[in-house]
Design a protein around this ligand. Structure first.
Ligand code: BES
Ligand code: ZN
Ligand code: ZN
Length: 527
């Protein structure tokens, strides 16, 4: 065996050379050793304590790991990382030591999150990213006592949308796996837990992918094809694509009025997931699928309009959640309903003051064509009702106002069911992708039922005041189910750096919370 020690300084040069076949052959021993490992350390008193995985690796390299950490001095705070080299005897060309804080940290009431799990996500994400930066293409990850959270941190942090860039400026793909050498006996439970985390993260990454894609690469028809490709593979999933004529037959004038302004044809996806018994009442998931929101005739300002490619975030989360749900084989039946179209200005477009009739017969005066999400959801919610589902949950990048209220701290949840609120709130504390309850007072309903020409106005009487609440009140007029949850996800649509394991870009939130919510419900009977 040839051992070649590679310092961090030399590594990028070596990496570039690897593109040449001849050289990569002569250096094959080095290249196959592009394997790093992420190791957790706990804070203990004034010092640090290696995790069990760390102890094992420390033994494998004759105590070098401990020695290097001692030399570096100081303690490693939660979230901090130190990358070490020269521990080749353990079989790794680099080791990222990550601080996961104190052992056994549980629920944090102030933060409304299971903090131990969240720290693992953050620490692992940090470690994996740093190893990727020094050129590792294979990374083993210490489960840090929570393999599911470790896998989430690893996979979510490695996501990037760069398929439209030249090959050599794309980030190299990094493969991560769960380090289990330290587990004596059966490691199945840890591996299963890791796999569950991988599945959840991949669901969220699918949502991120769909949201990040530019609108000319994610039209309604491309979205529909992707749904068939991604979900059609599962035996338990059936994807039905409905066209404009179908929507006309179903009297979805509100949905179709938004689509009118664009040459892109509207589509309506109906996705059936049969994980439960054939006769079990389904849960309906409805996602806003505006593949581009220009505002229509009530045109948006130019700044940041590109972000409106992600106005199908609700639809994307439904897709991500269904992908994860089917891979986890959750014992539940789901009906995914996704209205897809563009909101564009043109001579055929809907105009301010126009009146349209929704599927349930209610008329709507459209005073602002930029409040289009509620128009397509109105019909989708009416259609959801026809299946008599046990509950209806909709997700939508619905209002800028929710970003003013909550920023990206939590998804806003409006619900008529406190027991469902309890379930989704708990789910958010587990996943770290939190939710916060908002009101459905008559106070807000009065502001949308006050209307000159129709039953409802699509904007509140006091313009932007309580904008997210009036939007929810509007949607409420199309729901009769006793369990309804509306999630306004506009505030959590994008990540700058608030959630460190997500990086910059479209966030795919709250896909994992939704799966966790479905997971809980799949184990309880709703009357
Ligand atoms: N898609 C937007 C909401 C949005 C804004 C999502 C920012 C993500 C980031 C929605 O269709 C919209 O334009 N809503 C209007 C409603 C208003 C006209 C009552 C808004 O929030 O300004
Ligand atoms: Zn809009
Ligand atoms: Zn919109």
């Amino acid at each position: 065996m040839v051992w070649v020690r590679v310092s961090s300084l030399h590594r990028p040069v070596l990496r570039n050379f690897c593109h040449y076949k001849a050289l990569s052959r002569s250096f094959s021993a080095t290249i196959s050793k592009h394997r790093g490992v992420v190791v957790g350390v706990y804070e203990e008193g004034e010092g640090i304590q290696l995790s069990q995985a760390g102890e094992t690796i420390n033994k494998q390299c004759g105590g070098q790991l401990q020695r290097q950490l001692k030399q570096a001095g100081r303690k490693l705070k939660a979230g901090k990382t130190r990358v070490l080299f020269g521990l080749d005897e353990a079989g790794f060309s680099s080791v990222a030591v990550v601080g996961v804080g104190k052992k056994g940290v549980g629920y944090n009431e102030q933060e409304q999150v299971e903090e131990g799990r969240e720290r693992v996500r953050k620490a692992v994400a940090n470690g994996v990213r740093q190893l990727s930066e020094v050129g590792e293409v294979n990374v083993d990850v210490d489960p840090c006592g929570d393999a599911e959270a470790a896998a989430e941190g690893a996979l979510l942090s490695l996501f990037s949308y760069d398929e439209l860039k030249a090959k050599d400026s794309r980030k190299p793909r990094v493969h991560t796996s769960c380090f289990t050498d330290h587990i004596q006996g059966d490691s199945t439970t840890t591996k299963e837990s890791w796999q569950r985390g991988v599945t959840l993260a991949e669901g969220q990454n699918l949502a991120r992918y769909l949201m990040e894609a530019p609108s000319n690469y994610m039209t309604p028809s491309i979205f529909a094809r992707l749904a068939q490709d991604k979900l059609g593979q599962s035996q338990q999933c059936t994807v039905t694509v409905r066209n404009k004529a179908w929507a006309e037959e179903h009297k979805m004038e509100s949905f179709l009025s938004v689509a009118k302004g664009s040459v892109e044809q509207p589509l309506f996806l109906e996705i059936d997931y049969q994980g439960g018994a054939p006769g079990d009442t389904p849960i309906a998931l409805v996602g806003k699928g505006i593949t581009f929101d220009s505002g229509g005739i009530s045109l948006k300002p130019g700044a940041d309009m590109d972000k409106m490619r992600a106005d199908m975030g609700g639809a994307a989360c439904v897709m991500g959640a269904l992908l994860a749900t089917s891979r986890l084989r959750l014992p539940v039946n789901i009906k995914g309903l996704i209205p897809l179209c563009e909101n564009m200005p043109s001579s055929r477009a809907l105009k301010p003051g126009d009146v349209v009739r929704a599927m349930n017969g209610k008329t709507i005066q459209v005073d602002n064509t930029d409040a289009e999400g509620r128009l397509i959801l109105a019909d989708a919610l009416c259609y959801a009702e026809t299946f008599n589902p046990s509950l209806i949950l909709d997700l939508a990048t619905l209002t800028g106002a929710v970003a003013v209220a909550l920023g990206s701290g939590a998804t806003a949840v409006y619900t008529n069911s406190t027991s469902m609120w309890d379930v989704i709130h708990k789910a958010g504390t587990r996943t770290g992708d939190r939710v916060w309850r908002m009101p459905l007072f008559k106070h807000y309903t009065n502001q949308v039922t006050h209307c000159d020409l129709a039953d409802l106005n699509n904007i509140g009487k006091y313009s932007r005041e309580g904008g997210s609440c009036t939007a929810a009140a509007f949607l409420k007029e199309f729901v009769t189910n006793k369990r309804w949850l509306h999630l306004d996800i506009a505030g959590v649509m994008m990540n700058k750096d608030e959630v460190p394991y997500l990086g910059k870009g479209m966030a795919g939130r709250p896909t994992r919370t939704l799966v966790e919510f479905l997971n809980t419900l799949s184990r309880q009977k709703l009357d």
